[in-house]
Design a protein around this ligand. Structure first.
Ligand code: NAP
Length: 281
């Protein structure tokens, strides 16, 4: 692999995102927006790194003086072994999506997906009380782990995981101190649900739709879908038609980016309407 060299002026603070493939990433748009808005001399670039060159790629970026980087598929777990320190969240979730390069070149691995998920709901529905009732989480993949961690931190009293592969739901329930249930029992569980979250890839462009009957949900249940392509998933359309409050998934992506930006560029940032418009354009 050729040596990776960031292409930005030497006096600029430099950050980026690593993954493979990486061309689809919206992260440069998000961080570029904040850099411009706050007049920061910095750059944020995509770095396409194949799994077999991960160590060399990171080493090249650190040598070039990068302040840190986001990590996406397929490196979120593998990166952990190159981090000298891991945040408590990264350790509990079992994945790193944000890396800060310390002054001595050592890597701090963090995970901000749980923060993005909770902040998205807090900002979209400020009156929503996480502690007021149970949550049901559909899915037991990587994103589910961050959502489960976030729900626990936010004080949700009971969480039930429902997944196509029941053994994965059971394993996560054991790990995160939740309940699990088979898909066929959903109607019974939805009866008392205060927050329903889809973390499966169902409903995403190119995937099968998520087909569940929302008529069992209480009228005050909030429905959240972390899938954001399309923005209005079939699940959210059904929630809207049923008169339920709902939260789209794009805000999770935007809010999870905040802690990294603040660590690399030393500027606190907000998710405003202009940023939403930019990423949805
Ligand atoms: P993942 O690790 O591959 O997990 C996929 C999950 O979807 C598993 O629980 C899987 O069930 C379930 N699933 C897939 N196909 C299914 C089917 N046909 N029927 C029933 N269940 C099915 O993926 P992930 O990383 O968790 O991501 C999941 C979704 O979240 C993706 O659409 C991703 O774009 C989105 N996401 C959004 C954000 C955001 O910022 N908004 C962040 C992360 C992820 P099995 O265990 O049975 O296979």
């Amino acid at each position: 692999m050729d040596k990776i060299t960031p292409v930005c002026p030497p006096e600029f603070l430099c950050a980026g995102v690593i993954g493979h493939p990486i061309a689809h990433s919206k992260s440069p748009l998000i961080h570029g927006y904040w850099l411009e808005k706050h007049g920061i001399k910095g750059c944020y670039q995509r770095y396409d790194i194949l799994p077999e060159f991960l160590e060399q790629g990171i080493s090249d970026l650190v040598d070039a003086g990068i302040r840190g980087f986001n990590v996406t598929i397929p490196h979120k777990i593998e990166i952990m072994k190159f981090c000298a320190e891991l945040s408590d969240e990264a350790r509990a979730i079992g994945a790193v999506n944000t890396v800060v390069v310390r002054a001595d070149g050592r890597l701090l691995g963090a995970n901000t997906d749980h923060f993005g998920f909770i902040e998205n709901i807090r900002n979209a529905k400020p009156d929503f009380d996480f502690s007021a009732g149970p949550a049901v989480v559909l899915g037991a993949g990587g994103a589910s782990r961050a959502v489960l961690y976030g729900l626990k931190q936010a004080g949700v009293p009971k969480v039930t995981i429902v997944n196509r592969t029941a053994s994965k739901a059971q394993a996560l329930a054991h790990e995160f101190g939740c309940d699990s249930a088979d898909w066929e029992y959903l109607p019974d569980i939805l009866n008392s649900c205060h927050l329903l979250v889809n973390t499966t890839s169902l409903g995403m462009v190119g995937h099968d739709p998520l087909e569940i009957n929302l008529s069992f949900l209480p009228d005050n249940c909030l429905v959240s879908d972390i899938v954001y392509a399309p923005l209005m998933t079939g699940l959210l359309k059904s929630a809207e038609a049923r008169g339920l409050d709902f939260v789209t998934g794009i805000g999770m992506l935007l809010h999870q980016a905040r802690p990294g930006f603040e660590a690399w560029f030393g500027q606190s940032v907000e998710v405003d309407k202009a940023l939403y418009s930019l990423v949805l354009r």
